[in-house]
Design a protein around this ligand. Structure first.
Ligand code: AMP
Ligand code: MG
Length: 353
């Protein structure tokens, strides 16, 4: 299959060519085809959420297990009611506070949403993204676009269109390129079907931000550091996601000790003929000796690390490094989401120094 690639930026967004491209993309979705598109979190692989055949195609293109449900993307608040059994007050409050934006709500689904889209669950995940191209595409497609991240299953989520092309080129009808995703990590998922709203996946919208709106909020124990043996409530969180090809280990501790230990490990690896990679920060970048050293940004700027993390993991893959060591990052605010993804990429391998 030939995959059409079209770039939409703020410069050309209002031109007839860009409008026609979004219309073409919408028609592809209405006809049961697949289109990858930018969102503020990561690129999504879109299909018509109300068409079971489209959802089957999404799973096939990604190589994703079909028990791992998709997030339904909408572009207007009015479109929520038809796909859920009821809209609880918690959803209204969160919608007002954070939509459009990087927050996904789990609600009881209505009959309009096929089981193929929800991995057989009676609940549905819904999000209203803020990215302009995403919004226009959803509107053109008829209002309901099922979209998981646009990577091949098991690879880091794409934050650039070229990574979508790498994983899905030839398997889907079209890719809309909107430049680098500005958040860089997947949406926060909050389950509103429980007595107490529960975070199933940490993201840019933090527990503190949710608590300000809702009061009490819990975190699914499975995604806490000590809970790695418990089955998570978001089926997708059980898979070893976000995996680089090389073995990744997090080295945690005081900066001096971390730098010393990583250099020791990297030198030993190089001596044995392996290519080594290091995920550093701006302050420590110049202090490592390894095949490839990348900065995840300023240690105080968690948002920067969030934006760069998946790109860095993919660049290590491109450079075919064999082993990677990463510094550890602050576990507050967006840092919680960063550490959640980094720990998964590392298969929870952490060495404390
Ligand atoms: P992705 O779009 O690749 O970020 O994957 C969507 C994530 O949302 C996966 O981790 C799913 O398991 C999760 N998810 C989607 N629908 C539900 C649902 N109804 N209940 C719990 N988790 C869900
Ligand atoms: Mg994903």
């Amino acid at each position: 299959m030939n995959t059409e690639l079209f770039t939409i930026t703020d410069k050309n967004r209002d031109t007839p060519a860009a409008r026609a491209a979004v219309q073409r993309a919408g028609n592809i979705l209405r006809a049961g085809g697949l289109v990858a598109f930018p969102t503020e979190t990561v690129y999504g692989l879109g299909g018509d959420a109300l068409n079971p055949e489209s959802s089957r195609r999404i799973y096939a293109a990604k190589g994703r297990p079909s028990d791992n449900p998709l997030i339904v993307h909408i572009c207007r608040w009015e479109d929520l009611a038809p796909i859920v059994r009821e809209i609880p007050e918690t959803a209204e409050k969160l919608g007002k506070a954070f939509w459009p934006g990087p927050l996904t709500m789990i609600l009881e689904k209505s009959d309009r949403v096929p089981g193929e889209t929800t991995g057989g669950l009676s609940t549905v995940a819904v999000r209203m993204p803020s990215d302009q191209t995403a919004i226009s595409l959803i509107r053109e497609a008829g209002g309901y676009v099922a979209a998981p991240s646009a990577n091949a299953s098991g690879r880091p989520s794409p934050t650039l269109a070229k990574y979508v092309e790498e994983d899905l080129g030839g398997k889907i009808e079209m890719i809309l390129d909107g430049g680098q995703a500005c958040i860089g990590l997947e949406s926060t998922i909050v389950d509103l079907t429980e007595a107490v709203p529960t975070i199933l996946r940490p993201g840019y919208i933090t527990k503190e931000m949710l608590s300000k709106v809702l009061g009490e909020v819990e975190t699914d124990r499975a995604i806490l550091p000590e809970g790695s043996d418990i089955a998570p409530k978001a089926p997708g969180m059980k898979y070893r996601h976000y995996a680089p090809k090389a073995e990744l280990t997090i080295i945690a501790g005081e900066e001096e000790a971390v730098v010393r230990r990583i250099n020791e490990l990297a030198m030993e690896a190089e001596r044995r003929g392996y290519r080594s990679g290091v995920i550093a920060t701006n302050a420590t970048l110049g202090r490592y000796r390894a095949t490839l050293i990348k900065s995840a940004g300023d240690r105080a700027e968690g948002a920067e690390t969030a934006r760069e993390l998946y790109r860095i993991l993919r660049e290590f893959d491109e450079a075919e490094v064999d082993v990677i060591w990463s510094e550890s990052f602050a576990d507050d605010g967006i840092g919680q989401a960063v550490m959640n993804r980094l720990l998964k990429a590392a298969g929870h391998r952490v060495e404390k120094v």
